[in-house]
Design a protein around this ligand. Structure first.
Ligand code: SF4
Length: 332
């Protein structure tokens, strides 16, 4: 079974250049732990064949932290939970530009402004439009934005202002979503993804693994991510935050994380698959292994509310792996 399922996937992706069916993905997900290195090796081959050896490096900035009206059970920025993260106002222009310059100096090509909000009002839209122009002019970085649920008109306004990519995660499968978010629906997330693509921005649509979802729900999520057709998929692993309803969950094991990185690459061969939050506590010493299991992009520096390892360490890892830093653009 091991050899057969992996061989079938290899022929489909590398020779026939066709997408794997959901049945084929289900068979791969059922392989035992001993097969994970073979699964990862195939995912790496597929990544090289479809996307090349380059790695896209991005810095993210929490431009408005905490106090969010939504109740995503994994998030320490929700006002619904008593967490150590306190609400702070929108950073001023100088702070944003300083962070963007720092990101550019590290050789990154993307800079993402992230806001902890349900969705932007007109005042926030005006700030985002202004900052997008300033950051691009000052640093030459591609500007991405993550500001929650968008109306169709807002998506077109951001696209016209030069926002290159918009992040809006599905996070988890439709069937598990209500267990972790009750203040907005899965369908609202899908709708925003659609507006982003219609407006001509690249869609970045990520996942958060390890919240208690089953294997079947992870496979369901893969199917739903394929449907929204993202250019980029950030893979987050739950980092249980104090005060949130998911604080008692144990982080996912490293081998399981590698298995699912490989699964996402095999399901989405040409997508930009980005290491995002939680990789340090989940993968620990296996972080480089993820880079040879399908990952071809990194968030460097700190995350929104947690610290990442030093950017120099990540850049040294890419150097050791002979993976050049470049700007990528892809679709499934
Ligand atoms: S994940 Fe985003 S929308 Fe949900 S509570 Fe956190 S900041 Fe708000």
């Amino acid at each position: 079974m091991t050899q057969t399922a992996i061989k079938v996937a290899a022929i489909a992706l590398l020779e026939q250049r066709r997408a794997l069916t959901s049945e084929e993905l289900t068979e791969l997900a059922a392989l035992d732990d001993l097969s994970v290195p073979a699964l990862a090796a195939l995912a790496h081959e597929v990544r090289l064949a479809y996307a090349g050896p380059e790695v896209e490096v991005e810095g993210i900035l929490s431009a408005k932290t905490g106090g969010c009206s939504e109740d995503c059970h994994f998030c320490s920025q929700s006002a619904a939970f008593d967490t150590p993260v306190k609400a702070t106002p929108f950073l001023d222009v100088d702070e944003v530009l300083a962070a963007a310059r720092e990101t550019a100096e590290l050789g990154a090509s993307e800079f993402c402004l992230v806001l902890a909000i349900r969705g932007p009002d007109q005042r926030i839209m005006d700030r985002l439009v202004e900052l997008t122009g300033l950051v691009a002019a000052e640093t030459g970085l591609n500007v991405a934005v993550s500001a929650g649920i968008l109306t169709r008109d807002q998506a077109f306004e951001l696209a016209a202002a030069g926002v290159h990519r918009y992040n809006h995660n599905l996070e988890t499968s439709r069937s598990f979503f209500e267990r972790v978010v009750t203040t907005h629906s899965f369908e609202e997330r899908v709708e925003t993804c659609q507006h982003v693509r219609d407006a001509g921005m690249e869609l970045c649509c990520g996942v958060l693994l390890g919240m208690g979802e089953t294997v079947a729900q992870r496979l369901e999520l893969i199917g739903q991510i394929r449907e929204v057709q993202p250019c980029e998929v950030p893979v987050n692993f739950l980092n249980p935050r104090p005060g949130t309803p998911l604080q008692i969950r144990k982080p996912m094991g490293a081998l399981e994380a590698i298995r699912w990185i490989a699964m996402f690459r095999l399901a989405l061969p040409s997508v930009i698959l980005r290491y995002a939050g939680g990789r340090e506590i989940t993968l620990r010493d296996l972080q480089a292994l993820g880079m040879t299991a399908g990952i071809n992009a990194l968030i460097i520096g700190n995350y929104l509310t947690t610290l990442g390892r030093s950017p120099r360490q990540d850049l040294a890892m890419l150097d050791d792996l002979s993976m050049p830093v470049a700007s990528l653009s892809a679709a499934i």
